[in-house]
Design a protein around this ligand. Structure first.
Ligand code: UD1
Length: 376
């Protein structure tokens, strides 16, 4: 499996789960928001794991490259070409390329909402143009099994309807479905209320991938809409360790609890939620990582499909703070400030499609997330 952006938070946890499941993994990362040391740690973890099992250890390779660097990516893809491809008439039908790479997982995107508002072209260039060129190249090599990191951000302000979000609420094709209230609904293709350029890149990428799968039915493309990944591997050896200053709740909570930031700002307590603070669907990153393996293994059909990866349960900012205080036995100083621009009050998944079609479900609670993060 080729994993681009494989040394970041979600990427590294997915590589670890892939290796434990016996997949050979090729990692591409430009280290723009990750460290080389993550690869060293992964290698040590995989070695330790297979030593204990005394089983055959899958290979783990790392190439430092930008996934947009066509020359570097071509070299990697060529290195994994299988010599099986041939054609009787190379002029009439060019030699089909065959690859030993059976699937690609793409994490190599920028994801900071605030930065995307200030530097939209950086986001469109990397997340959108990068995806187009990368898929063209993969297509040339006959690698057409693709898992894409999407985000619950594609639901935009639809999230605020206050019920768990079904994939149908943001569709890339016109969709007729029976909603949870028992009524038949028609969802036109498109989305509503996207609040920032980052969110738009995720929606555009889904739309592009859907068009690609319609045009070439050999593609199997799975877009996974992540809700709020937190936690880390239970070993405490892998975690969220970005180069950029994080803007997400859990890394900031960690900064406060370890004394690197003096107080946690709580963005708004006037939402229509249980305690007034915003509610999110926090999912343990190991559960999330395993969702990628489920997507690789369980999809038997081709074409473009989207799945929510969330728990189906919402927690407020105050609940996350309380859970972290409990496991660390430390007080987290907080101050109430106004709402953050672009935030929605509630964003919770309806995860039944992934449960039914991929046989995947989350196993870990908010408290487990906090314990693992604290160990890290
Ligand atoms: C954010 C992005 C989302 C992106 C996801 C992953 C926004 C508006 N949305 O989701 O598009 O896919 O990250 O990168 O930024 N909070 C505080 N204090 C803080 C930080 C956060 O109260 O210092 C609150 C937020 O208001 C929110 C919750 O914690 O209610 C979670 O925030 P965050 O971790 O940034 O995730 P999202 O905003 O859900």
């Amino acid at each position: 499996i080729l994993v681009v952006g494989g040394l970041g938070f979600i990427g590294s946890h997915t590589c670890w789960e892939l290796a434990k499941a016996g997949y050979n993994v090729i990692i591409i990362d430009n280290l723009s928001n990750a460290f080389n040391s993550v690869f060293d740690r992964l290698e040590a973890m995989v070695a330790g794991h297979y030593q204990k099992l005394s089983g055959h250890r899958p290979s783990l390779k790392f190439f430092k490259a930008d996934y947009r660097d066509k020359k570097a990516m071509t070299a990697v893809l060529e290195a994994y070409e299988s010599p099986l491809g041939f054609a009787l008439d190379p002029v009439e039908s060019p030699i089909p390329r065959r690859s030993k790479i059976t699937g690609v997982i793409h994490f190599a995107a920028h994801k900071a909402v605030g930065e995307s508002i200030k530097q939209p072209l950086k986001y469109y260039a990397n997340n959108v143009s990068g995806l187009i060129d990368f898929c063209s190249l993969l297509g040339d090599f006959g690698v057409k099994n693709f898992v894409f990191s999407s985000s619950a951000t594609v639901y935009g302000t639809v999230a605020d309807i206050g019920v768990p979000l079904r994939e149908e609420y943001c569709s890339q094709d016109r969709t007729v479905f029976v909603d949870d209230d028992g009524k038949q609904k028609v969802q036109q293709s498109g989305c509503s209320g996207l609040t920032n350029p980052y969110g738009r890149t995720k929606w555009m990428c889904e739309a592009i991938l859907n068009d690609l799968a319609h045009a070439d039915p050999e593609w199997k493309i799975t877009a996974l809409r992540y809700f709020n990944p937190i936690g880390c591997d239970e070993s405490g050896l892998l975690g969220e360790d970005p180069r950029d200053a994080a803007t997400n709740l859990m890394p900031i909570v960690l900064r406060v609890i370890t004394g690197r930031q003096h107080i946690l700002n709580i963005y708004g307590d006037d939402y229509d939620t249980k305690d007034g603070t915003a509610v999110r669907d926090y999912i343990h990153v190991t559960d999330l990582a395993r969702g990628h393996l489920a997507a690789l293994k369980s999809r038997t059909d081709k074409g473009f499909k989207v799945y929510n990866l969330g728990t189906g349960t919402g927690h407020s900012v105050l609940e996350v703070v309380a859970a972290m205080e409990k496991v660390s036995n430390r007080k987290i100083p907080t101050q109430l400030v106004g709402r953050r621009d672009g935030d929605v009050g509630m964003c919770v998944a309806k995860p039944s499609r992934a449960q039914e079609e991929l046989g995947w479900r989350t196993e870990k609670s908010l408290e487990t997330c906090c314990r693992d993060v604290w160990r890290f």
